[in-house]
Design a protein around this ligand. Structure first.
Ligand code: BV8
Ligand code: ZN
Length: 225
């Protein structure tokens, strides 16, 4: 079991040029959540949803990991087997930064999913609603993303890891989306130390024992040192 469990959100990738969700000019100011990030939105208009994730995938492909991603990879390399990153992000910047022990609890832009048989395969850079499942032939293939109303991935493994960790650290997340926003309470209930690293206190900020405020490319490397 890892000693250090780190939850990351959109804020850690912001300085890599990837838009966050809830900023004034963020993704949810440009798109209706119920249109692009729910199973009902996909059923109504799969073209719109596939296009939304095609644009996001292109932005991710053009981005590079920043100093915060690199610092977490260094932390893992120096503490073999004792660091787990649980990310809400669908980008692969943790992996490209060198982290190996990463759970994508809200799915991954680089993965496609068959809603009929649950088969997963690497998503092409541009998906089409005519794409069918390579295993069972069903269409349309969907982006492998956990949408609102769906159950995040690997919840048992995440909760087990948090409840026995030495420290739970939350980086760059606004604390508005559950169950991730409830992880700090789970840690506190088990006597696990808690630290929030963010630009500003999150919606659940008062539940953390310690806090470091500032841009992730400065705060995260400084914390890891
Ligand atoms: C579920 C798809 C059942 C991926 C996303 C309890 C109470 C109320 C409601 C609920 C509840 N429990 C569940 C719900 C319902 C719902 C929910 O939470 N609704 C909210 C809005 C009220 N949750 C669900 O439906 C979830 N499923 O509950 O299933 C269940 C669960 C467990 C066990 C049994 C049953 C499913 C949620 C999945 C949603 N998927 N999107 C995608 O397209 O990318 S959500 C979306 O929000 C993204 O995934 C994102 O990961 C997530 C969180 O956002 P953040 O990462 O925090 O981004 P945000 O923009 O908000 O904040 C950025 C932060 O960074 C800010 O604080 C900012 O200050 C900071 N920042 C900015 N720049 C920097 C920075 N920090 C540092 N440095 C910087 N440079
Ligand atoms: Zn299939």
């Amino acid at each position: 079991m890892p000693d250090i469990v780190i939850l990351t959100g959109a804020g850690i990738s912001a300085e890599s040029g990837i838009e966050t969700f809830r900023a004034d000019t963020g993704l949810w100011a440009q798109h209706k959540v119920e249109d692009v990030a729910t199973p009902e939105g996909f059923a109504r208009n799969p073209e719109r949803v596939v296009a939304f994730y095609n644009t996001r995938r292109a932005g991710i492909a053009a981005a590079e990991p920043n100093a915060a991603h690199l610092a977490l990879a260094k932390l893992e390399a120096e503490n073999d087997g004792s660091v787990l990153i649980v990310t809400q992000n669908i980008d692969d910047l943790h992996e490209r930064g060198g982290s190996q022990n990463v759970i994508h609890m809200h799915g991954a832009a680089g993965s496609a999913l068959c809603a009929s048989c649950d088969h997963r395969w690497p998503a092409p850079l541009v998906m089409h609603v005519t794409d069918s499942c390579p295993s069972c032939g069903a269409a349309p293939a969907r982006p492998d993303i956990v949408w609102f109303g769906e159950i995040p991935y690997q919840m048992d493994r995440i909760i087990d890891a948090i409840s026995v960790a030495d420290i739970f650290v939350s980086i760059g997340t606004s604390g508005n989306v559950y169950p991730a926003a409830g992880f700090v309470a789970e840690a506190a209930r088990n006597g696990v130390a808690t630290l929030e690293i963010n630009l500003e206190p999150s919606a659940v900020g008062s539940q953390f024992e310690d806090a470091i405020m500032g841009p992730a490319t400065q705060t995260v490397p400084a914390w890891v040192e």
